[in-house]
Design a protein around this ligand. Structure first.
Ligand code: HEM
Length: 315
């Protein structure tokens, strides 16, 4: 009995691929990888602060669709359909040129060694740090997919129209807790959103600060199709600083997306929003921990997948 139990434990450990990721994965094979990525991210964010937000979001949109395997980076070809035309991605995700540039620099120092999936994970962390946020130890050793999944991208990336129950369920399907949901949503302390994604919230929802609604309506006309692409900051107070203002905004009923304000709407997550608003150190700690958990979603490891030579296409 005891031995069959230990066999079971060993099997479980072997099945959990995240156990194979390690913070020192490249310390022998590519000791310059981390510094190369960091320098490129820091330069890109200095050029355009929003790029930090865009790179962070790419890692999220990668991990939620068949795991953190860089599937989001694959371009469509005549014979291959990737994830970039999925509704949550099209006309919205950005940063591909920066990722291609980072990959080229990393290939120059260590050919065929560092995966695009790991570059996304490290770039997300370095982006947060470049904008003044917390750091964490990124686990490494992911490999890149040879496939992508358009229909999974449409079904598994949460929509801004979701309510708290459906947001919680979408995260639970990826093994993420309610705390992870609230902490990771704090990523919306940086970056921009298009009018079409917050129009319903500022015109139709009741849990909205009236002055905030008026402010955002000024550049987001009520009629669908009018000014759909007009941009507004997700964090109305400090859009290019990675701080905890996202949560103080929620307390003031000034979340930009319906899904944001759902986290402070009289439900089970109100308490955690209050905690993160009052205690930035708790937010920073939980955000880093949740990023590590998200980065562990179904990685390809060992001999699975490949190390792509260019992130936008399979070898
Ligand atoms: C909780 C469910 C989430 C929903 C419904 C959601 C939805 C959205 C939407 C609709 C936008 C604006 C896109 C546009 O208008 O083009 C956006 C932007 C963004 N999201 Fe989320 N998101 C969620 C969670 C996350 C998570 C977990 C992260 C990262 C950890 C993240 C990071 C970002 C960032 C940084 C931006 C700004 C990107 C930029 O300016 O380029 N989001 N999100």
């Amino acid at each position: 009995m005891a031995s069959s139990l230990s066999v079971l434990v060993i099997l479980c450990l072997a099945a959990s691929a995240s156990a194979q990721l390690s913070p020192t994965f490249y310390s022998r094979s590519c000791p310059r990888a981390m510094a190369t990525i960091k320098a490129a991210v820091t330069a890109a964010v200095a050029r355009e602060p929003r790029m930090g937000a865009s790179l962070l979001r790419l890692h999220f949109h990668d991990c939620f669709v068949q795991g953190c395997d860089a599937s989001v980076l694959l371009n469509d070809t005549a014979t291959f359909t990737g994830e970039q035309t999925a509704l949550p991605n099209v006309g919205s995700i950005r940063g591909f040129t920066v990722v291609d540039n980072i990959k080229a620099q990393v290939e120059a120092v260590c050919p065929r060694t560092v995966s695009c999936a790991d570059i996304l994970a490290v770039a997300a962390r370095d982006s947060v740090v470049a904008l003044g946020g917390p750091s964490w130890r990124v686990l490494l050793g992911r490999r890149d997919s040879t496939t992508a999944n358009l229909s999974l991208a449409n079904s598994d990336l949460p929509a801004p129209t979701l309510d708290l129950a459906n947001l919680t369920a979408a995260f639970a399907r990826k093994g993420l807790s309610r705390t992870d949901l609230v902490a990771l949503s704090g990523a919306h302390t940086i970056g921009l959103a298009q009018c079409l994604n917050f129009r319903g919230h500022i015109y139709n929802d009741t849990n909205v600060n009236p002055a905030f609604a008026t402010l955002r309506r000024a550049n987001c006309p009520a009629a669908a199709g009018n000014g759909d692409g007009n941009l507004a900051p997700l964090d109305t107070t400090t859009a290019t600083v990675f701080d905890n203002a996202y949560y103080t905004n929620l307390l003031a009923r000034s979340g930009l997306l319906h899904s944001d304000q759902q986290l402070f709407n009289g439900g089970a997550t109100d308490g955690l929003v209050r905690t993160y608003a009052s205690t930035p150190t708790r937010f920073n700690r939980d955000f880093g921990a949740a990023m590590i958990t998200m980065g562990n979603i179904s990685p390809l490891t060992g001999s699975q997948g490949q190390i792509r030579l260019a992130c936008s296409r399979v070898n």
